[in-house]
Design a protein around this ligand. Sequence first.
Ligand SMILES: [Zn+2]
Length: 74
Amino acid sequence: MQMRCYRCGWSFALRKDEIAFALRALEESGGNHYDAHCPRCKHANPVSIEQLRRAAPRPPTPPAPAPPEGEEPT
Ligand SMILES: [Zn+2]
């Protein structure tokens, strides 16, 4: 997930494992944003839990089951 620092304007990427870790920590603590630290100036940039969910490799809820497939006529 691509981020831009609010303070210095530096662009940096949040890794998928960092996103997944942040989401889990927020869900456990009941928080609504994660502080992504800029690698350049160390400023904490708030990322909302919604943004994290959209960027996460997997949604926190299981996917809907696939509809049953019709059997092929023999
Ligand atoms: Zn910065």
